[in-house]
Design a protein around this ligand. Structure first.
Ligand code: CUA
Length: 348
């Protein structure tokens, strides 16, 4: 390959890389709900900053080495009519080699210090803020998330309520296989490993809904294993908590009573409804089901139509889903399904 070819290749490569960088930096290109380029809390910010810092140092290195390389190719190319005798060669310069080793080490140190600092920062809630931290146990199941608040005495599923501006200390476990807990705008991912407890923390700086996703392949419905983090100001969080601590509402209408009766003939084997005889621990706790926005771990809007479909055809709604009506000998008529929908919707 001659020198011009190499230069062309480098230029084309550089152009494509440049396009990539421009696309990344383009306003709006990276601010989607699952973008880790938007940091809505201090942990995500620390991770994002260290990412960009490392990218810039690496870019500096690439441009520096690349320009010397291109210059050398151009400067020492075979010119037409030049004599092709091999020029005088030199081997081993202690000075140059030591200088290059020192420069490389310095660059590594320059990258390592902020990275190490960020690693320690994101590892656990800063000492002086431990007191105000809210503890959450996040348990990955095939294919949904259980969220327990051990100090507050409540358990929920797929929608994690947190107070704004407070550090959230998360203990991550798995009930079955490998999963991974990831809310890109709040913090980097952390695996849920069977038989092991992993820890992380994060904080949301503003109220809102943050999307999360399981990010370790965990079987048929891995892609359907989403969740939401709902950050609320203190008053709203307290209100949510007070409601969550209560027993489930008692059925009011005839249809709801009917729904509860059907629920107790099978659904109760897997689901908990606080204050009733339903104490199943296999599926999500449904004590305050009607307060949830989504169904099936963040994949469907929680409305009557979707709920009825979910109860009738859980396998079509979410392939591989462990909800299995045959297993608990449930055969449901359309009227039964409507009654169940009414009952579940009464669980505010
Ligand atoms: Cu759970 Cu992928």
């Amino acid at each position: 390959m001659n020198a011009m070819r190499i230069i062309q290749a480098v230029l084309v490569g550089g152009f494509l890389f440049g396009l990539y960088v421009v696309a990344m930096l383009w306003p709006g290109a990276l601010d989607g709900p699952m973008s880790f380029m938007v940091a809505d809390g201090p942990v995500a910010a620390a991770q994002k900053n260290v990412f960009w810092y490392t990218v810039w140092v690496s870019l500096f290195l690439m441009v520096t080495v690349g320009s010397v390389f291109i210059y050398a190719i151009y400067r020492f190319r075979a010119k037409p009519g030049a004599d092709f005798a091999v020029p005088e060669q030199s081997h081993g310069s202690a000075k140059v080699e030591i200088a290059l080793i020192v420069a490389s080490c310095l660059l590594l140190v320059v990258i390592a210090i902020p990275n190490a600092r960020a690693l320690f920062y994101v590892d656990s809630v800063p000492q002086e803020r431990r007191e105000e931290a809210i503890k959450v146990v996040a348990i990955g199941h095939q294919w949904w998330w259980e969220f327990q608040y051990p100090d507050l005495g409540v358990t929920t599923a797929n929608e994690l309520y947190i107070p704004v501006g407070k550090p959230i200390e998360v203990e991550i476990r798995s009930a079955d296989v490998l999963h991974s807990f990831w809310v890109p705008r709040l913090a980097g991912k952390m695996d849920a490993v069977p038989g092991q407890i992993n820890r992380m923390w994060f904080q949301a700086d503003k109220a809102g809904t943050y999307q999360g996703h399981c990010t370790e392949y965990c079987g048929d419905s891995h892609a359907n294993m989403r969740f939401l983090v709902e950050a609320r100001d203190d008053a709203e969080f307290e209100q949510w908590l007070r409601n969550e601590k209560k027993d489930a509402a008692a059925p009011a209408s005839v249809q709801e009573v009917n729904g509860q009766r059907i629920f107790m003939q099978g659904c109760n084997a897997c689901h908990m409804v606080k204050g009733t005889g339903a104490m199943g621990m296999v599926g999500p706790d449904l004590s305050h089901f009607a307060g949830r926005k989504t169904l099936g771990a963040g994949i469907f809007e929680n409305n009557d139509e979707n709920l009825a479909k979910w109860i009738k055809y859980p396998q079509q709604m979410k392939p591989g889903n462990l909800m299995n009506l045959q297993q608990v000998n449930m055969v449901l008529s359309d009227r039964d399904v409507d009654a169940l929908v009414a009952y579940l919707n009464s669980l505010k």
